[in-house]
Ligand binder design. Structure first.
Ligand code: NAP
Length: 279
């Protein structure tokens, strides 16, 4: 049987098996998608063994995305420029690494009619997901500002994105500058774990700070679906998008790469939502 999977450490909480197995069933493919727990030291050997065990492809998740980029034969432009891989395809005796996180984020926005071209985007956080989001936004022609509690990390991110973005399209700001930046933002993206179940509680926006009514607010946190930030944003009249939208779109792009089939988006969203709710 052809197999797919998600490799991470830990990976037991992932909703990807439920989402992809529902999609495989919906398009009539008798393949199986499984969780593949692997500690960092085992990643090279595990990846090398998978094609021989019937694997066509895998998703790669925390903490392996950067290491995986140096363990494949070929890289997509996005994976090479981001230095990070979230999808591997084995084909014709070679391994191909791609990164669908940024494109998944952008596709979720575009599906709502939001155009990133020329918009002012404010990203909270400067970790792995901020890198994918910032990369996708600058490539789409947005002006991107990054605000992180550790300013040096935001600077590092700007530095690594500089080769792919016009100089004036990337900036960072201290948390004291958040109110002014928020007032000018067309899009606010939370890439911190604030508000995530089991993570630090609360909203990444300090009390009293609200987005404009016409600002779009995208919270990458998907557990819970209704985060404190999204509640704040909705109360302010802003349009909102939750992390599930990105999760489904990045998964759909991986699914299309492995299967060559049109991903059944509604089936994937319903299965991911049910898995998140423990149904
Ligand atoms: P990460 O690499 O660990 O980065 C986390 C960032 O958040 C860092 O910049 C960190 O700041 C900041 N941060 C952490 N705790 C904070 C706090 N208490 N207050 C203020 N800032 C804080 O994590 P990641 O992989 O980017 O993931 C971040 C979130 O995005 C997670 O909730 C994850 O589930 C979600 N996510 C969702 C999707 C999706 O498809 N929807 C995809 C990827 C990730 P420092 O630099 O100062 O440490």
């Amino acid at each position: 049987m052809t197999k797919l999977g998600v490799i991470g450490w830990p990976v037991g909480h992932s909703v990807s098996p439920a989402m992809h197995n529902a999609a495989l069933q919906a398009v009539g493919l008798g393949w199986q998608y499984v969780a593949l727990p692997a500690p960092p030291a085992d990643l090279p050997a595990t990846l090398a063994a998978l094609p021989g065990r019937g694997y066509r492809g895998v998703n790669v998740t925390i903490p392996h995305k950067v290491a995986a980029a140096s363990l494949v034969d070929d890289l997509s432009t996005a994976a090479r420029e981001m230095g990070s891989v979230n999808t591997i395809l084995w084909q014709g005796g070679r391994s191909f690494g791609d990164n669908t996180d940024g494109a998944g984020f952008l596709t979720a926005l575009q599906a709502q009619g939001f155009s990133a071209q020329g918009c002012c985007a404010l990203i909270l956080g400067a970790g792995g997901s901020a890198r994918a989001v910032a990369y996708a936004l600058v490539k789409a022609g947005a002006l991107v500002s990054i605000c992180n509690r550790t300013p040096a990390r935001a600077e590092d991110l700007l530095h690594s994105l500089a080769p792919f973005a016009p100089r004036q399209s990337l900036s960072s700001l201290p948390t004291e500058g958040l109110a002014a930046a928020l007032a000018g933002a067309d899009l606010l993206v939370n890439t911190t774990p604030l508000g995530m179940a089991g993570g630090p509680p609360g909203s990444p926006l300090p009390a009293g700070l609200l987005p404009r009514r016409d600002t779009w607010v995208f919270d990458l946190v998907y557990r819970p679906e209704e985060t404190p930030l999204l509640q704040q944003a909705r109360a302010a009249g802003a349009a909102t998008l939750g992390g599930l939208d990105m999760l489904v779109q990045q998964g759909a792009l991986s699914f299309a790469l492995w299967t060559g089939q049109t991903p059944p988006l509604h089936v994937m969203a319903a299965a991911a939502r049910a898995a998140l709710r423990g149904e």
